[in-house]
Design a protein around this ligand. Structure first.
Ligand SMILES: Cc1ncc(COP(=O)(O)O)c(C=O)c1O
Length: 471
């Protein structure tokens, strides 16, 4: 075959790959800082140049990116990053993800990624097995937001079918007035999903929570009864396995009973909390998860794969396929499944490969250890907080998230806690974020990195105390 003469594909590939190997290896070490040190304007200035007129040699490009990004990378691959709910990246997952970029498979259609499609289907089966969820079908999307949206699209299709409406053809305008139920702590992504699907977040009945931040069942039943009396069709309950603020889970078994009684779809947003099933102490908190009609989970949180991976598991494979299925004259099938018929995207990357790699690297026992260790570390942090006179828990912490406040007489606690979060982040030894619970800002640590160890959670408590005491 003749070599292609094209600017941009030339250069010294061996030198480029050697450079990649060196930089990649360095990137697999823990980051020096837990948070970025440069501000937006400085970072923008580093990249802000006119579109290059001419290309540069391949072996020089990664170096430029690496150097210009220095000081501007979040330290989320390290053990001292407790912000949001952020997993690190397991080396096996990062390596496989990098390789998938080079082989560049398109998982949307079987002929465009035959091995990729087969591996993803097997990996989804492993995940269903790991989480003990009886799914008939699944899909790798970009994260829990996409998994929630795809799952709720199937729920919407199911609801339409129940009422003699084909939503795919006639749209949401043909549906009867409907209601969706979720707690006041329901994640923004679920509201966004409902907006995107044309149902609107206005159809959500915000159900109160108890002292453990879990949805209360009696008000849920009362809301359903109120809707029935008003001629509104109760349609879907969105329960959470792991609420983002506190890590609390809704009482899934009792909610599944309610869904059975009234004939509602149960969707569980288990972005990280689905993994509570793998720790003996937290498993009872998500009992009943297996009764959901659909489940959304993230890969890039507790499975510690690179960002951009989540998955939906659906109990009814036919409904899943009916919701998104379709073809066109140019789409020539092969001998396997066409994954574009299982969600919104047509072309997409081989996301499932890094999940497969994580599961191969850890095995079932490794995932169980990881989840259990993170929950144990959260318990350790909660104990430090409870024992210290200038710290107090802001919410129960039975899982992997700890919300707490710095407290001292004679200071404005609200302002102090905001400053502490800000100044700890700026110092860069550890990184955590905040949450506002019942109108009060608190420090919040989510523990789900494979790298986090006991001295890391202790370092967080020490930093909060150091900054608080200096105020
Ligand atoms: C409960 C819950 N649902 C959904 C999401 C959204 O996940 P993603 O950012 O992967 O889209 C999160 C993220 O923190 C979450 O905690």
């Amino acid at each position: 075959m003749a070599e292609v003469e094209l600017t941009g594909v030339g250069g010294d590939l061996d030198a480029a790959v050697a450079d990649l190997a060196e930089r990649f290896r360095a990137a697999l070490e823990p980051p020096v800082r837990a948070g970025a040190e440069l501000d937006s304007a400085t970072l923008r200035a580093r990249f802000d140049e006119p579109l290059p007129e001419d290309g540069m040699p391949v072996e020089a490009i990664l170096g430029q990116l690496d150097e210009r990004s220095a000081g501007g990378l979040a330290g989320s691959t390290g053990g001292r990053y407790f912000g949001y709910v952020t997993g690190a990246s397991l080396p096996a997952a990062a390596i496989v993800e990098a390789w998938t970029a080079a082989v560049d498979q398109n998982v949307g259609m079987w002929p465009l990624g035959p091995a990729a499609v087969e591996l993803e289907q097997v990996t989804l089966g492993w995940l269903a097995d790991l989480l003990d969820f009886p799914s008939a079908s699944g899909y790798f999307g970009s994260g829990a937001t996409m998994a929630n949206t795809a799952s709720l699209a199937v729920a919407r299709h199911w609801f339409g079918r129940k009422h003699g409406v084909d939503v795919g053809v006639d749209g949401v305008r043909a549906l009867p007035p409907l209601a969706v139920y979720g707690s006041v702590e329901l994640h923004l992504s679920d509201h966004k999903a409902l907006r995107t699907l044309g149902l609107g977040s206005g159809c959500v009945r915000a159900i109160p929570i108890d002292a453990a931040y879990a949805m209360e069942v009696e008000p849920l039943v009362a809301a359903i009864e109120r809707d029935l009396a008003a001629g509104v069709e109760p349609a879907i309950v969105i329960a959470q396995a792991g609420s983002v603020n506190t890590g609390a889970s809704d009482p899934l078994d009792a909610i599944a009973d309610v869904c059975d009684r009234y004939g509602l779809w149960l969707h569980v947003d288990g972005a990280f909390g689905a993994f509570f099933r793998l720790c003996e102490r937290t498993a009872p908190l998500v009992r009943g998860l297996e009764r959901a009609d659909s489940l959304a989970v993230d890969g890039h949180k507790w499975l510690n794969v690179p960002n951009g991976v989540g998955f939906a598991l659906l109990r009814d494979g036919d409904l899943h396929h009916e919701t998104f299925g379709g073809s066109a004259g140019y789409l020539t099938p092969g001998s396997g499944a066409n994954l574009h018929e299982l969600a919104f995207e047509a072309s997409r990357s081989w996301r499932g490969a890094c999940v497969w790699a994580a599961l191969k690297a850890l095995g079932r026992s490794g995932v169980e250890d990881l989840v259990t260790r993170c929950c144990d570390l959260a318990a350790e942090l909660a104990a430090i907080v409870e024992e210290h006179p200038r710290l107090e828990l802001a919410a129960p912490a039975p899982t992997n998230i700890v919300c707490f406040r710095y407290v001292r007489d004679g200071i404005d606690l609200e302002e102090a806690n905001r400053r502490i979060q800000d100044e700890v982040a700026a110092a860069g030894t550890v990184f955590h974020t905040g949450a506002t619970l019942e109108g009060r800002f608190c420090q919040r640590a989510a523990i789900c990195s494979w790298r986090t160890a006991a001295d890391d959670v202790r370092a967080l408590a020490e930093e909060v105390l150091r900054v608080g005491d200096e105020l």
